[in-house]
Design a protein around this ligand. Structure first.
Ligand code: ADP
Length: 254
């Protein structure tokens, strides 16, 4: 009797997992379609406008070309991001490890931020010297950029963005914090989900698809790291990435 009950429970658990996977899959497909619908309609609309009036009107021609270029770039980024996530799901996301100085990368990133931001925010960094790591250079850079971009996007002008890097034995802690709008308690558990945006209308303006944090998480987990977040509405957010610094700690896991 007990064994049958165990078997039935296991079976029910399995069916529930399959059902949840199915629901997730369906939501993913509908989210992707939703994200593609807007840029496709815009490209289509401008192409038709060009066809009707634009051929001889330089102003319409210019406006349409710019819009089509912008929207197709938008779709390209979306598709590349989706491919990264699919590769991560299939465990085929490749990590090319190499030795490099993480502190130099950090300083470079902060320099880039200051340059692009044109004085709208204050940038600070507390970075340990000579943090030699053996990780995927471009994926680590892309990951930190995602958090820095968000920190800038979600912090009103005049606010502060900080990047700190601390070596703790065989680990390195990278912290990106801001004094921005913060994230509500309800949103926090969903933050790293695909297509999750805590305020759709606001993020539409900033151009995000809600994939940045999902990608960052895939890249961190793929390099055996962890990510934590602390945030308070109207006070700011802190994201802390912990990564192993040595090659030995890593395995091609995807
Ligand atoms: P997006 O491209 O929309 O920014 P992300 O996956 O990078 O997508 O972020 C998901 C959502 O998490 C954002 O839409 C935003 O609501 C919230 N978020 C991320 N980083 C921050 C931050 N530093 N401060 C406040 N909200 C944030």
């Amino acid at each position: 009797e007990y064994e049958l009950k165990d078997l039935a429970n296991t079976f029910n658990d399995m069916i529930e997992r399959i059902r949840l996977d199915y629901v997730k899959q369906k939501r993913f497909v509908s989210d992707v379609s939703h994200e593609l619908r807007t840029p496709i309609s815009i490209v289509n609309g401008y192409a038709r406008m060009l066809d009707r009036w634009g051929k001889s009107d330089p102003e319409i021609l210019e406006e349409s070309i710019e819009a089509i270029k912008g929207e197709s770039k938008n779709m390209q980024v979306l598709v590349e991001n989706l491919l990264t996530l699919v590769r991560s799901d299939n465990q085929t996301l490749e990590f090319e490890r190499e030795k490099f100085l993480l502190d130099e990368m950090g300083l470079e990133l902060i320099k880039d931020c200051r340059l692009i931001d044109e004085g709208k925010h204050t940038f600070e960094s507390h970075i340990d010297a000579s943090i030699e790591v053996c990780l995927d250079y471009s994926k680590v850079m892309q990951t930190i950029r995602i958090f820095l971009d968000n920190a800038i996007k979600y912090t009103p002008e005049g606010g502060k963005v900080s990047l700190d890097m601390t070596q703790l034995g065989q680990l390195v802690e990278i912290s990106i914090s801001d004094t921005g709008i913060g994230i509500s308690k309800n949103d926090l558990p969903h933050l790293f989900e695909r297509f999750y945006r805590s305020d759709e209308s606001r993020t539409r303006e900033t151009g995000g698809h809600g994939l940045g944090l999902a990608i960052a998480k895939a890249m961190i987990i793929g390099q055996k790291g962890i990510i934590r977040v602390k945030s308070k509405i109207n006070e700011g957010s802190t994201f802390v990435i912990t990564l192993p610094i040595s090659c030995d700690e890593l395995r091609d896991k995807g």
